[in-house]
Design a protein around this ligand. Structure first.
Ligand SMILES: CC(C)(COP(=O)(O)OP(=O)(O)OC[C@H]1O[C@@H](n2cnc3c(N)ncnc32)[C@H](O)[C@@H]1OP(=O)(O)O)[C@@H](O)C(=O)NCCC(=O)NCCS
Length: 121
């Protein structure tokens, strides 16, 4: 059963980082895994925008301002993205009886979007 839903859009042009802003975002917003993933890929700004949208969509789905770096996007072997929670946010799913978090991300050169669905048994 679906018990939470979140959606977000992010404009790619805002995620064209130079070395200085990347260092700031890596410290404040993105997990080490997210940064490492993006740096291995092309279209980096699109991917950073997609991850930001995924974090916002997760906050909306939970209705809770989870700190940015406590929400991470990870990828399964086939490339499918998933949300991983860290720190205090790790306790949220159990508190809300959330058994699964579904994530979908898309991006073009202009915009990225993410949808998060929270499911219970
Ligand atoms: C994956 C796929 C949806 C990408 O479509 P696209 O139009 O080129 O790209 P989009 O911008 O819409 O989406 C890219 C995002 O899709 C997500 N994605 C990648 N692989 C995925 C998969 N297997 N299932 C679901 N989502 C996937 C990722 O989040 C990716 O962005 P990120 O790498 O920055 O996180 C498309 O290639 C596809 O349908 N592949 C077949 C699905 C599959 O199961 N492949 C398995 C390969 S082993």
């Amino acid at each position: 059963m679906i018990i939470g839903l979140g959606i977000d859009l992010a404009e790619v042009s805002r995620y064209e980082f130079d070395a200085g802003t990347l260092a700031w975002f890596a410290r404040k917003i993105y997990t080490d895994e997210e940064v490492a993933y993006v740096m291995r890929k092309r279209n980096r700004a699109e991917r950073f925008a997609g991850f930001f949208a995924a974090k916002e969509a997760t906050r909306k789905a939970f209705g809770h301002a989870i700190p940015w770096r406590q929400i991470g996007v990870t990828h399964e072997r086939g490339g499918k993205p998933a949300i991983k929670l860290f720190g205090r946010a790790e306790a949220l799913p159990a508190m809300r009886k959330v058994e699964r978090i579904q994530l979908s991300i898309t991006h073009t050169s202009l915009i990225a979007a993410a949808v998060v669905i929270l499911e219970t048994a």
